[in-house]
Design a protein around this ligand. Structure first.
Ligand SMILES: NC(=O)c1ccc[n+]([C@@H]2O[C@H](COP(=O)([O-])OP(=O)(O)OC[C@H]3O[C@@H](n4cnc5c(N)ncnc54)[C@H](O)[C@@H]3O)[C@@H](O)[C@H]2O)c1
Ligand SMILES: [Fe+2]
Length: 483
């Protein structure tokens, strides 16, 4: 025993000496950049040697942006004071027709009244917004001359408020000017926007933390979005009491959205493989590719999902589980808000935009919808099967974080291991069995591929190069997810 310890000590001393010698020989750097045959841009930037004269083609830096986040049971009551603190006396209050009848909205109204904040309610938010519903909100915001904005609702409400707030400062701009390229012009946002406080009522989108706003562009019948750090809300008030009234399907689909945010951001291309390098840091996209910080948020979100997701949907009154899912949504939001998501989301934009008759219980719109989280999870088993070929270690880690047995999983089985585990979870949650259950048939595959290809903000972050045949194969395999 004693001898064993001595051997270890001797070994670590030898390692220390070797390390020191290597450090001296490598001019204090032991990185692989000094090995022959490795190009500078294939290395992580910590290992790159960038000088101002270097002509590097992929990015070397990443940053983290988010709204300020306050989390606390009952914290909705503070929103009036938050507005007073910012000198805001008159706001536009966003919600949807259904939420107007729920406690999160009445708690917000009371908090505003208690501080004598003047407000107009905009409840015409469309569940799964379109460019038309966004424009209606923009028009109302421009008429109202508000000093700030408050959103109480899920992603649909928060995204609508973000865009109304943007155009309140840019009344002269066209709608597509700030929409992501190549669908819109992706112009930078240079003006300071007025305060926006978001109070999420679902635990899913993470929109309360992100600079994104997603909508269905009717001329394309596909979703797209605005994506810019300047759109991050000023403050997110995450009050776990506000999600307790979610119908079961809303809890399930929004939870699956968090799961996909975490799994996709964790397997997105690393930021140092994304190009071009921005000529001005303000042009660095919010969706930069995975990075050491987004990885932390994704992993922590998945730990919570594994522990609390099923509990939170089995017993919606389970306050602890529900609160932890709200927390997971924030973590996942900050992670993907700074890394981006890829194929599940890119294809989901085509799926949701092509809805025909589907309208699940628990959602209360007067139009057919494929809720965001449902459209995203549909292709997840097929997507991660493919990602397994290029990111096997990460797929095995994800499967493990979600509770799969990963002992002795071979590299070549990594994607299948994650994919099978996702299918089991979907089955347990009684998710419709694939795209065919949502009203699609194999004849729709070319149309769905065509609508996915322009989603470059997302497809460029896929670690599998995106080709029409890859998309075709994923969509085909997603027609039926399990037997
Ligand atoms: N901006 C982002 O970062 C981001 C990220 C992911 C998704 N999204 C977008 O968000 C939208 C989806 O948002 P969502 O999943 O949060 O749902 P949602 O806002 O569309 O709401 C879904 C339904 O649930 C109801 N509801 C919400 N909270 C409730 C509560 N506490 N009690 C009772 N009913 C409640 C709503 O009234 C609605 O009928 C999609 O348009 C999607 O594209 C945005
Ligand atoms: Fe999402």
């Amino acid at each position: 025993m004693k001898r064993g310890i001595n051997i270890l000590r001797t070994r670590s001393r030898i390692e220390l000496i070797n390390d020191t010698l290597r450090a001296i020989a490598g001019n204090s750097c032991r990185c692989p950049a000094h090995s022959p045959g490795l190009s500078n841009s294939s290395l992580s930037p910590q290992h790159r040697h960038v000088s101002s004269s270097d002509n590097i083609s992929t990015d070397y830096a990443y940053e983290v942006a988010s709204s300020n986040v306050r989390i606390g049971r009952g914290a909705t009551r503070e929103v009036g004071k938050d507005l007073v603190n910012r000198g805001v006396k008159r706001v536009m209050l966003f919600t949807d027709k259904n939420l107007m009848l729920q406690t999160p909205f009445s708690a917000t109204e009371k908090a505003l009244r208690d501080e004598n904040i003047e407000f107009d309610v905009f409840s015409e938010v469309r569940v799964e917004p379109t460019d038309y519903s966004f424009k209606e909100a923009i028009d109302r915001a421009q008429l109202g001359q508000y000093e700030g904005f408050v959103a109480v609702g899920g992603g649909s409400v928060m995204d609508t408020a973000k865009v109304a707030r943007l155009f309140d400062m840019y009344p002269e701009k066209d709608f597509l000017d700030f929409v992501n390229q190549p669908i819109g012009k992706g112009e930078p946002i240079l003006r300071q926007l007025k305060p926006l406080i978001c109070i999420p009522t679902t635990s899913g989108t993470g929109s309360e933390t992100t600079g994104m706003a997603i909508f269905d562009l009717k001329s394309m019948n596909a979703k797209t979005g605005f994506s810019n750090r300047a759109l991050c809300p000023t403050l997110a008030i995450v009050d776990p009491l506000n999600t307790l009234s979610m119908p079961k399907n809303v809890a399930i689909y929004s939870g699956l959205d968090v799961l996909c945010h975490a799994c996709e951001s964790y397997t997105a291309i690393p930021y140092y493989k994304r190009s071009p390098v921005p000529v001005n840091p303000m042009l660095r996209p919010a969706h930069q590719g995975r990075n050491p910080i987004s990885d932390i948020w994704a992993v922590e979100a998945l730990k919570l999902i594994n522990k609390y997701f099923l509990r939170s949907v089995d017993t919606i009154e389970d306050e602890e589980a529900s609160a932890q899912m709200s927390f997971a949504s924030v973590l996942g939001g900050i992670g993907f808000g700074n890394a981006g998501v890829h194929l599940c989301h890119a294809i989901s934009y085509a799926i949701s935009g092509s809805v025909r008759k589907f309208c699940p219980p628990g959602y209360s719109p007067d139009h057919p919808i494929i809720p965001h989280g449902l459209s995203v999870i549909m292709t997840a088993p097929a997507v991660f099967n493919e990602i397994g070929y290029v990111e096997p270690d990460r797929c095995i880690q994800l499967a493990g974080l979600l509770g799969a047995r990963i002992n002795n999983i071979k590299t070549e089985d990594a994607g299948r291991c994650l994919s099978d585990h996702l299918c089991k979870l979907m089955n347990k949650l009684d998710i419709p069995n694939g795209l065919s259950a949502l009203g699609f048939s194999p004849e729709d595959i070319p149309m769905l591929v065509k609508k996915t290809l322009p989603q470059e903000r997302l497809t460029k972050l896929s670690s599998n190069p995106v080709t029409p045949s890859l998309l075709e194969s994923i969509i085909h395999k997603s027609m039926n997810v399990y037997n």
